[in-house]
Write a protein that binds this ligand. Structure first.
Ligand code: GTP
Ligand code: MG
Length: 353
């Protein structure tokens, strides 16, 4: 109900005005009536009647539905204001989290970043993105290990790793590098332990023939021992192995048997990893070879990725030194001894991609 006032010379006239306005069917109730003289001394009656809301709205040209919609809008606005007052205003993500996300995006492992950056929370440096970025890069630079190339070492080096990462190609590049070293050319021999893949021996035979190198195909542990004995007079013996997929336990067991069969011999092992691989996959491979002592990591396919952070993150986290980096398919040109500065420059360049 809505209260409305009508004014006329007498209360009866005033009520008549109400009746005229609302008609006889509207349920009007007289609430109050007063009589006063106006400025001219005439008597004026004021009556207040209660009018049903729908009749009142109709009299001013609003139908009930419109009114309801109006009310709903009002309520919605009110609720939005209340919600805004209750909800905390979203805070800016912390600089630490932004840097972590950026570095994770570039492939660095989350656990390594957490361990490095979380202790800084609350510190004023944690608010400064460029400071944090330099801190991460400095730490990477400090922890990244490379194995300097020893051009005079007398050694046996075995390459192990997953299928197709470039073990045989890298072996050929290394063979050429050692053989053709202008200062200390060394005599190199090759051993192929890959008895699994069709064409593996022919692939090595091709490289050996090109470089004029002695090579041996070995199927058994005894044969391995004999081959090493026979080739002991060479400065460097490079040993190729079958690529091992994380699901091929048979090949893994055989490769490990070869390695463990000669405990008295000093065979260096290099794990060959493609820089195109994802961190989790690299870690799975590493776990696979966990019972082999890995002396260094050779990173291949640097030319095929813009995200070397995955493989750098892996060597950082495991504390493994990188010995060589392969940058293409060309034998022998596309191989470089690992250089910390070059690795860091490449990583920093990728931050802008
Ligand atoms: N783009 C690029 N390709 C490479 C690189 N290293 C090797 N490859 C190519 O990768 C392919 C596989 O190379 P392989 O040397 O046969 O690899 P593998 O690890 O011996 O393979 P399996 O013996 O089958 O396990 C070949 O086509 C190589 O030319 C590299 O650094 N960059
Ligand atoms: Mg191979």
């Amino acid at each position: 109900m809505v209260e409305e006032t009508f004014t006329a010379p007498t209360p009866r006239d005033a009520f008549e005005l109400a009746r005229e306005k609302y008609g006889v069917f509207s349920e009007l109730k007289l609430l109050r009536a007063t009589q006063q003289r106006d400025e001219d001394g005439r008597l004026r009656a004021h009556i207040v009647v209660s009018v049903p809301q729908e009749d009142y709205l109709a009299s001013i040209g609003i139908d009930e539905e419109e009114e309801l919609v109006g009310e709903i809008h009002q309520l919605r606005d009110q609720m939005a204001r209340m919600k805004a007052a209750i909800e905390p205003t979203p805070t800016q993500p912390e600089a630490i989290d932004e840097i972590k996300e950026m570095m994770r995006d570039k492939g660095l492992p989350a656990s390594w970043l957490d361990a490095l950056l979380d202790p800084l929370r609350g510190d004023s440096v944690a608010e400064d993105k460029s400071l944090l970025l330099s801190y991460v890069l400095e730490e990477m630079d400090e922890r990244l290990r490379v194995q300097p190339e020893n051009t005079q070492a007398h050694k046996s080096l075995m390459l192990i790793g997953p299928t197709g990462v470039g073990k045989t190609t890298t072996l050929a590049k290394l063979a050429a590098r050692y053989t053709l070293d202008p200062v200390h050319p060394r005599s190199v021999a090759l051993i192929n332990l890959d008895t699994f893949r069709v064409g593996a021996y022919e692939q090595m035979e091709h490289y050996a023939a090109t470089l004029g190198l002695t090579h041996r195909k070995v199927d058994t542990i005894e044969g391995f021992s004999v081959a090493l004995e026979e080739l002991a007079g060479h400065d460097v013996v490079l040993i190729d192995t079958a690529g091992i997929s994380p699901y091929d336990i048979g090949r893994l067991v055989k490769t490990v048997e070869f390695l463990k069969s000669l405990p008295e011999r000093d065979i260096e092992t290099a794990l060959v990893i493609s820089a195109t691989a994802k961190y989790d996959d690299i870690e799975a491979i590493y776990e696979h070879f966990s019972f082999v002592e890995i002396n260094s990591v050779i990173l291949t396919k640097f030319d095929e990725t813009k995200r070397i952070g995955e493989s750098l993150g892996f060597v950082l986290e495991k504390g493994l030194p990188v010995s060589y980096v392969s940058t293409g398919q060309e034998v022998p040109d596309d191989l470089e001894p690992a250089d910390k500065e070059n690795l860091m420059i490449r990583f920093v360049e990728e931050l802008h991609v």
